[in-house]
Write a protein that binds this ligand. Structure first.
Ligand SMILES: *Cc1c(COP(=O)(O)O)cnc(C)c1O
Length: 431
């Protein structure tokens, strides 16, 4: 499998090169040249397959022969060594809980897969690799945990000061070793901009071997397909596939779901639920895409004004607007609706959502009200305890702290404070 750059100016790359580089040299995103089709019988027999077999089959064509199958099997098994339960909230609405990994968010899957692939690839690189990552909250913790202690890889995480939850902040600032956290006096787009500038800086790239662990990296983006297979495997009514609603920020997750769908996975329809950062919602309403300034909301991991993976969605559907609309709908949910949904879902169904899951729930409900024959799944992308500050304020009830959180709450934060200025960041990287 080869990957081309969405800007079409760079040479094609295999999975190894695309993973190491992160972004293509022409600043485009790597995109698979062809979409593999699932093997015959795979969907029909999915209930007889283990989750390791499903994941390996889904990802193998994208990796090609850059990783031997026995190594890839191990990487896959380590990536998904926790549960992905599909839980019924009410008659027509289920939650695929993606928060049973080490940092309690779905990003664990992409980060664990990518760190292991990169760890394998850097064995024959002399210089240490520096992974740069901008985070709106959950990426930082997942990447820090996934890469912690990986030989030959240093990780630098930029996060917006005061705009991530306290659990998220502790998850990315308390590990130390090969993980450095930089606290930017700005918003997520400032962080993302600084990282993008670093990748575009030829001088800097002569000095350092830089790569990205944001979902622009194919090794983080593509394994997210697994969730959708696990959802379908647990879906009882195989004759009536689910509508899947994804709380979306950078649109990596939903875009991976669309890859699975175009490869042959049955999904009735996709819904991108967004918060006030609604550039893709507006695109789906009007056909016009306009970059926005990110605005802060209760679902902070989705506070993205210019989603990186939007271009990949266009690419998947060959820039055909009607085809995109046919597969994907979108709903923009206000913070007020998010609060109400979170509260109601707890009181009516005894199910505690996190703010991102609440956005998805509200979005899916709007869709189901108009499509009463359908049933749907939300991807619950984080454990509510990750946002306990917000959640407890909304529900007025304490959120139970799992053991992994108890320990982290007593650790000391270590961060480098920085203004959102590229030169300062560059000097830091070179020092
Ligand atoms: C990152 C994140 C999202 C958004 O996912 P994208 O792939 O960027 O669209 C949603 N919910 C949570 C909890 C997240 O951490």
């Amino acid at each position: 499998m080869l990957y081309y750059s969405t800007n079409k100016q760079s040479a094609k790359a295999d999975f190894k090169e695309a993973t190491i580089k992160g972004q293509a040299p022409d600043k485009g995103l790597y995109f698979p040249e062809t979409l593999p089709q699932l093997p015959a019988g795979f969907i029909e027999n999915i209930n007889d397959l283990s989750k390791e077999e499903i994941a390996f089959t889904a990802i193998k064509p994208f990796v090609g022969n850059t990783i031997p199958s026995d190594v890839l099997k191990l990487i896959v098994a380590e990536t998904i060594n926790f549960d992905f339960p599909l839980v019924k909230i009410k008659d027509n609405l289920y939650s695929l809980e993606l928060f049973h990994g080490p940092t309690l968010a779905f990003k664990d899957v992409g980060a664990r897969f990518m760190s292991r692939c990169l760890g394998y690839f850097v064995q024959d690189i002399i210089k240490p690799v520096t992974v740069l990552v901008a985070t709106s909250g959950d990426t930082g913790g997942a990447v820090a945990s996934g890469f912690y202690g990986v030989e030959g890889v240093n990780v630098v995480i930029l996060y917006p000061s005061g705009k991530v939850s306290s659990v998220q902040e502790l998850q990315l600032t308390t590990l130390g070793k090969n993980i450095t956290a930089i606290e930017i006096d700005g918003n997520f787009d400032d962080c993302q901009q600084m990282v993008k500038q670093a990748f575009a800086d030829e001088k800097l790239n002569e000095e350092l071997f830089l790569t990205s662990a944001n979902s622009i990296n194919v090794a983080r983006w593509l394994p997210q397909q697994f969730y959708y297979f696990y959802a379908y495997q647990q879906w009882a009514d195989k004759n009536n596939p689910p509508v899947v609603c994804v709380p979306s920020g950078n649109f990596g997750n939903i875009c991976a779901g669309l890859v699975a769908y175009l490869s042959g996975l049955p999904v009735k329809h996709f819904i991108a639920a967004v918060n006030a950062n609604d550039s893709v919602y507006k695109y789906l309403q009007t056909g016009n895409y306009q970059i926005q300034q990110a605005v802060p909301t209760l679902s902070n991991a989705m506070d993205v004004g210019n989603p990186s993976n939007f271009i990949r969605i266009l690419e998947l559907f060959k820039h055909e607007y009607p085809q995109i609309k046919n597969a994907v709908s979108s709903y923009a949910i206000t913070d007020e609706e998010t609060k109400l949904t979170l509260k109601d879902t707890l009181s009516q169904y005894n199910y505690l959502l996190d703010p991102h899951g609440a956005v998805a729930f509200a979005g899916l409900e709007k869709y189901l009200q108009q499509h009463t024959q359908e049933k749907g799944i939300i991807l619950e992308t984080a454990h509510p305890v990750k946002f306990y500050d917000v959640v407890e304020l909304i529900t007025g009830q304490p959120v139970e702290r799992p053991a992994s959180i108890q320990t982290i709450l007593h650790k000391k934060k270590e961060s480098v404070k920085m203004i959102p200025q590229y030169k300062v960041f560059k000097d830091f990287l070179l020092s």
